[in-house]
Design a protein around this ligand. Structure first.
Ligand SMILES: [Zn+2]
Length: 58
């Protein structure tokens, strides 16, 4: 579909994506880089979230 939203998504997909936590490259592309999260940092964040949840329960 040739919608504006589709065009924007297409442009965004051409951008470089770096992990906002460790800075590792997730997706090669044009500058400026946008930020995402890599598998390792996602696991870490989920672990932290779990720990915080546990602490509230104690
Ligand atoms: Zn990372």
């Amino acid at each position: 579909m040739n919608t504006i939203k589709g065009q924007v998504e297409l442009l965004e997909n051409k951008h470089k994506v770096e992990c906002g936590w460790c800075g590792s490259l997730l997706h090669e592309g044009a500058q400026p880089a946008s930020h995402g999260i890599c598998k390792e940092c996602l696991d870490e964040q989920l672990a932290i979230a779990k720990t915080l949840k546990k602490m509230k329960l104690l």
